[in-house]
Design a protein around this ligand. Structure first.
Ligand SMILES: [Zn+2]
Length: 288
């Protein structure tokens, strides 16, 4: 990273955060199963200037724990945007798209809401085979999201993005799909560009995106060009899917701040904060 660029110093919106039961088992009476207690994860967000999060957790109790801790999240300056996770356990990863009990669980959670307000989206969900985007439950949930104005956080390939969009009443025109990792398998920049052009509400979340940064953590030229072409469409995220990611949380956010600092200030602020804040109506945070 060139030292000619200062780090981006403004607020961050972590649009891909899990507080899974490996990090903390929330229904445990004591805390033997809680290597990353609430106070600790909130401290990690606070010290990194993360001022809002898309919280989605396996099981949903992790998200509820964050949503319930109104005083602590307020003190840490973090707004919680809750999503319904589709998974109760690891087995659900490979079967949710055809398991009707997932729809029932999602509807129960949506009706229940959270202490931080209603759920704002569904996901993260995974499709390791894009053909499963045509599964009955995948189709039902995409239609539900469109009807209820819920966002979607989907870890899928480019083929599945098009299939999922096709299952909504608006055929993807109004569907606020956040593409987790923007193609973790390395969909080409040209393909990402084409999908962004085709679906005006598609967003790309950038954790784990292959080819995003080159060597020293700087943006690769073709990605820099894509971010500048669609400054309103990209988001950053931690993806704390395993505890190692919590351990790396400071470094992940520093990495984002480094390349954000090489972009024009208005573009950096959009990707870092505004795009998530606008999507979910989160007010600008007070400076701390
Ligand atoms: Zn994830």
């Amino acid at each position: 990273m060139s030292s000619a660029h200062a780090q981006y110093k403004g607020p961050l919106f972590d649009a891909h955060l899990h507080y899974n039961d490996e990090a903390c088992v929330h229904d445990a009476q004591a805390s033997p199963g809680c290597p990353y207690p609430l106070a600790d994860v909130l401290d990690r967000m606070q010290r990194n200037g993360v001022r809002a999060i898309v919280a989605n957790s396996r099981p949903n109790e992790g998200t509820r724990a964050l949503a319930q801790a109104r005083e602590q999240t307020r003190a840490a300056g973090v707004t919680v945007v809750p999503f319904v996770r589709l998974y109760r356990n690891r087995a659900d990863y490979n079967n949710w798209f055809r398991d009707p009990s997932i729809v029932a669980m999602v509807n129960t959670e949506l009706a229940r809401g959270t202490p931080a307000g209603p759920y704002r989206g569904l996901g993260e969900f995974h499709l390791y085979d894009s053909a499963n985007a045509d599964g009955p439950v995948a189709q039902q949930l995409m239609a539900l999201a469109d009807e209820k104005g819920l966002a979607i956080l989907a870890h899928v390939d480019d083929v599945a993005v098009e299939k999922l969009m096709g299952h909504t009443p608006s055929k993807g025109r109004n569907t606020r799909l956040i593409w987790a990792h923007t193609g973790i398998g390395g969909s080409s920049v040209a393909r990402v560009d084409a999908l962004m052009a085709k679906f005006p509400q598609l967003r790309g979340e950038l954790s784990y995106r292959p080819g995003l940064t080159c060597g020293d953590g700087a943006l690769c030229p073709e990605w820099r060009a894509l971010l500048l072409k669609y400054p309103d469409r990209f988001l950053i995220g931690s993806d704390t899917w395993v505890n190692q990611r919590w351990a790396q949380y400071d470094d992940l956010m520093k990495g984002y701040r480094a390349w954000l600092g090489t972009l024009p200030a208005d573009v950096a602020k959009k990707i870092a904060w505004d795009n998530g804040a606008t999507l979910f109506g989160v007010p600008d945070p007070a400076p701390r």
